[in-house]
Every structure is written in structure tokens, then in C-alpha cells.
Design a protein around this ligand. Structure first.
Ligand code: NI
Length: 224
């Protein structure tokens, strides 16, 4: 009984910490800045300024957020890929893990809705899911996962080193949550959608409070 109470208490602490982080980052997003820890080993938060839009509402050519860029990963068919593999399209990138109970499925369903909403413009976008949990997210695991959301959703994994590289490039926060009373570990992670240019540099970061309609409208307004 005592053990069960302990377990319940721990679950609530984890949920509370996750929720606090989530609301904190959402507030920062609404204030026009995002504060993300680039790596769990580094305490310094990185502040990303959102690019200003000109009066036409169109994105400036070099208005990238200076995050994103090169990566070297493995796709859901086991093929080695880099950012050059998808050089003819913009990317809509989400980081998460296949065992995620709620946030990841919700955000990936949103990606599907955005692709539908974009109509013909969807061809200009490669939707992409990159795992922050390469330890469990094997090529086979990723393959079985991405097909549940969109036929063109690319699922990427890699070695821990490759994943750390792309996480750092995108300033993604992810931290393993482990406890002896939990059967499986969880990964607390940031839940932003990134729109990139063809060189994989990030043009916009959408918080999870943005709807599929809002994001699709924003993408269309850029005249990609
Ligand atoms: Ni998740």
C-alpha cells in the first residue's frame, strides 16, 4: 500500500513538473521568445528571437532563426539520410518518442491535419518525426509508428550521438524520466513544430497551442 502511494506521488510530481515546464515555455512563446535548454547537461537556457515579419506578412529571405541545419540520421527504411535528402522541400519537423502517451500522437495528428489543410501546397513540405529516444525507437519501431499518421511522414532515428547532434541543432529539450517504480521510462520533451526552409534552417517555431488551421495559414502566407 505504501509503495503504491509512493508511486502515485511520484507520478504526480512528474506530471506537475512536465506541466510547469510546458506552461512556462508556452508563456515564453506568447511573449515572443522561447527559452529552451539545449541539452540536459547544460543549465544555460537559449533564447530564440522570433523573426519579424514585414508589412506584407511575408517572411524575409534570411529571416531564419539560426537553428536547424545539417543532420545525419537513418530513415524508417534503414536508409542513411541527411538534410540534403529532402533538399527540394521545406520541412515540418516534430521531435518526440513513439512511446509518448499523449503529446506526440496529438501533435502528429495535427501534422496530418496541416498537410490536408495545405492542399496542393502540401507537396512543398516534407513532414518529419525525429525521435529523442533512439534507445527504444529502432528503425522498425519508427516505421510502424509513422504510418499511423501520414503516408508521407518521414520517421528518423540514429545513434545517440546523431540524435544529440540534431537535438542541439534545433535546441530541443528532452530529458529521460526514470524511476524504479515505473516499468518504462518516459521522456520529458519540448513539443514545438518547426517549419524549415529547403536548407533545413528553421523559419518558424509553432507552439502546441497553435491549431492546424493557424499553422497551415501561416505556411501558405509565406508563398513557399
Ligand atoms: Ni511526446
Amino acid at each position: 500500500m505504501k509503495k503504491r502511494l509512493m508511486r502515485t506521488a511520484i507520478i504526480w510530481i512528474v506530471v506537475f513538473a512536465g506541466a510547469s515546464y510546458y506552461f512556462y515555455t508556452q508563456k515564453q512563446m506568447n511573449d515572443g521568445v522561447i527559452a529552451l535548454s539545449p541539452d540536459d547537461n547544460e543549465s544555460a537556457a537559449v533564447v530564440i528571437e522570433r523573426p519579424s515579419r514585414d508589412s506584407d506578412g511575408l517572411e524575409n529571405e534570411d529571416a531564419s532563426l539560426e537553428i536547424g541545419g545539417a543532420f545525419s540520421l537513418v530513415d524508417q527504411d534503414g536508409q542513411p539520410v541527411t538534410e540534403q535528402t529532402y533538399a527540394d522541400t521545406h520541412k515540418l519537423v516534430f521531435f518526440g518518442f513513439t512511446n509518448c502517451p499523449a503529446v506526440c500522437p496529438t501533435e502528429l495528428q495535427k501534422v496530418t491535419l496541416i498537410m490536408d489543410e495545405l492542399g496542393d501546397d502540401a507537396e512543398k513540405i516534407t513532414p518529419m518525426f525525429i525521435t529523442v529516444d533512439p534507445e527504444r525507437d529502432s528503425v522498425e519501431q519508427i516505421k510502424g509508428y509513422v504510418v499511423q499518421f501520414h503516408p508521407r511522414l518521414v520517421g528518423l532515428t540514429g545513434t545517440q550521438e546523431q540524435i544529440d547532434g540534431v537535438k542541439n541543432a534545433f535546441k530541443v529539450y528532452a530529458s529521460k524520466v526514470e524511476n524504479e517504480m515505473m516499468e518504462e521510462y518516459m521522456v520529458d520533451h519540448s513539443a514545438f513544430l518547426y517549419l524549415t526552409d529547403k536548407d533545413n534552417m528553421v523559419l518558424e517555431v509553432y507552439p502546441s497551442t497553435d491549431t492546424a488551421e493557424q499553422i497551415a495559414a501561416d505556411i501558405k502566407s509565406r508563398g513557399l
